[in-house]
Design a protein around this ligand. Structure first.
Ligand SMILES: C[S@@+](CC[C@H](N)C(=O)[O-])C[C@H]1O[C@@H](n2cnc3c(N)ncnc32)[C@H](O)[C@@H]1O
Length: 231
């Protein structure tokens, strides 16, 4: 089982004063850059086991704070088109029975999976309890739970399809829960330019060092990696 994380107090964010339009735009850009830098630092820190618990607390706090506005951010159609394209890259006739969506946020990828295969069993996991609560409301056909991608509370080979849409990755852990004939679908929206994206060639090397076979696709609206176990 994944260790239970302690609850953090809500961040005391002050209401921002209203500003003339050019200053307000500059402030929005500055906040976006700060968030981008913050996500980068936390992602790097998550890869180092000794500081991972702190990085996870940071991620959780940041995404709990973002959760109420996440659906509005995800209204941008490029996020949606990109994930659908990723599903189209799965082998012809591929039909999963159990699907795991890691770093599920408010459940966007899970809802796409259910649109495509209405009777599959879909589980979404995320480090942010607020994201998980919203996903449970918004996508009642799937189940959602709080779990870190670094400690997935599932058996080896439990899923036919594992998806990550702009999600934090842990390649060994993702391959562990993927069935022998399953597929892992990694989708980075906006052609891999969002803060959480990693270069696909790095991931290809990393999965191949773990015995996986990873095929990158960079010609669509998103950067997509389809991974399977090697023989
Ligand atoms: C960029 S958002 C993407 C959310 C969702 N997949 C979507 O496309 O709307 C990244 C998500 O990763 C989650 N996350 C960050 N660190 C995580 C970790 N260690 N384990 C699981 N989820 C994590 C965040 O809470 C957030 O919901």
């Amino acid at each position: 089982m994944a260790p239970r994380l302690p609850r953090l107090p809500r961040l005391p964010l002050p209401d921002l004063p209203s500003l003339p339009a050019p200053l307000a735009r500059a402030r929005t850009r500055a906040l976006a850059s700060t968030r981008r830098a913050g996500v980068n630092v936390l992602m790097r820190a998550s890869e180092i086991p000794v500081v991972r618990p702190l990085a996870e607390l940071g991620m959780r706090t940041m995404f709990d704070t973002l959760a109420p506005s996440w659906e509005a951010i995800r209204e941008d159609p490029t996020y949606r088109a990109g994930f659908a394209e990723g599903l189209d890259l799965l082998p012809r006739g591929f039909r999963p029975r159990r699907v795991l969506d890691v770093a599920c946020g408010t459940g966007l990828a899970a809802s796409f999976v259910l649109d495509r295969w209405p009777d599959v069993n879909v589980i979404g996991t995320d480090i942010s309890p607020k994201m998980v609560d919203l996903a449970s409301e918004l996508v009642p056909g799937a189940t959602f739970q709080v779990a870190s991608v670094h400690h997935l509370p599932f058996d080896d080979g439990a899923f036919d399809l594992v998806t990550a849409l702009d999600g934090l990755l842990d390649p060994p852990e993702l391959l562990r829960v993927l069935g022998r004939k399953g597929r892992l679908l990694v989708v980075y929206s906006k052609r891999g330019t969002t803060p959480i994206s990693r270069p696909l060639h790095d991931l290809v090397m990393e999965f191949s060092a773990l015995g996986g076979i990873a095929t990158p696709h960079t010609d669509g609206a998103s950067h997509v990696l389809v991974v399977r176990h090697g023989r």
